[in-house]
Every structure is written in C-alpha cells, then in structure tokens.
Design a protein around this ligand. Structure first.
Ligand code: ZN
Length: 194
C-alpha cells in the first residue's frame, strides 16, 4: 500500500445532513498508510480524545491491484469534526482532521466472490448495539468503476492502495469504550475504541 484515497460527499443523504450540497463530483483526499489499522476481533483501538469530537464515517473500502478491485472491506474514516469545521469556516485545507493514528480502521479484506452482489449488499455500523449507519454502495452518487476512474485522474494509483468510497448519512460522535460492530455480507467484526 502507498496510500488511502478517500471520497467525500459521495452520498446525497450525508451531504444533506452536513447542510452542504453534493458536489458535481465527490471530493477527493488522502490518508497516509500510517493512519491505517486492520481490525483484529475484540481489539481495543486508541483514539485521540483530547482534540474535540471524533465522528465515525462508515464506508465500503476497495483494495486495488493494477487499478482493479481485488478485495472489499468495510472501514471507518474517523474525523476530528470540530477541527475540520473550524478549518472549513476559515477556507483552509482540512487534511489534519483526517490523518491521525488509527483514523483509517478497516476490516480484513474479503474477495468480491465472497459476496452475492457486493454493490447491492447492505453494510451496517452499530455502536453499543444500536444501528448508526446503514446503506449500500448502490445508493452512492459515484459507483465502483467511476470511483477508480475519478481517483486515477488525480492520483497515481499503486498496487495495494485502498479507496474509502464515502459515507452515507448517520455520522456521529464516538466516546471512549464504545463497542463498534461492522457488518457487510460475510464481514462481521467487533472492536472497542479507547
Ligand atoms: Zn469519509
């Protein structure tokens, strides 16, 4: 992996909850490899609670090889929402709200053949047993091939790179000791943020 490419505002319902218009094409930004952590079941994942609100964004994740999808996972794109809001208000880049250690949490990657139809399959984020986010990539503005084409226009895509494909509505704050469950077809992982 060289990097994690992320789409912003790829679901109209999330853009609406942020009181923003969905752009003509989704926003692109990067997370470095150092922000990545693969979930081990029942792991405790440490987050920087002293920097304001941390929001979860649950997203389908692609793993790429030669610009093709070779695997699918479910991820959390974690965001320092207060930090991001202030930077946006001042018209500054908001990269630093997205790149902290463990801000790119991803389930173990599964093959596309492990799903019946991964683009239609619902993914779910539960926090302490309560559903916070539920959608499928079929509801996104930009879908699989278009997403790769869009990213490839701006970034050299390297083998092993990941793409976070954007979050649907339902983003919200996490707090220490929350138990997180990520489910997507054959994927079911549980962990705790501390
Ligand atoms: Zn996101």
């Amino acid at each position: 992996m060289d990097k994690i490419i992320c789409l912003g505002k790829n679901y109209a319902d999330h853009a609406a909850e942020m009181k923003e218009k969905a752009p003509e094409k989704p926003v692109l930004f990067l997370k470095p490899q150092s922000s990545f952590i693969e979930i081990k079941d029942n792991a405790n994942i440490a987050l920087p609670w002293d920097r304001g609100t941390i929001h979860h964004e649950c997203e389908v994740v692609f793993k790429l090889y030669k610009k093709n999808i070779i695997g699918i996972g479910l991820g959390l794109d974690l965001t320092l929402r207060d930090v991001q809001k202030k930077l946006k208000e001042n018209g500054h880049p908001w990269e630093i709200s997205k790149v902290f250690k463990n801000s790119a949490i991803v389930t173990p990657i599964r093959g596309t053949r492990d799903f019946d139809n991964w683009q239609e399959t619902e993914f779910t984020l539960k926090v302490n047993g309560e559903i916070r986010q539920q959608s499928s990539l079929s509801k996104a503005i930009m879908k699989a091939d278009e997403i790769i084409h869009h990213a490839n226009e701006y970034f050299p895509i390297c083998d092993g790179d990941l793409i976070f494909t954007g979050t649907p509505a339902g983003v919200g704050p996490l707090k220490p000791n929350d138990v997180i469950e990520l489910s997507f077809g054959p994927i079911h992982n549980t962990f705790r943020v501390i």
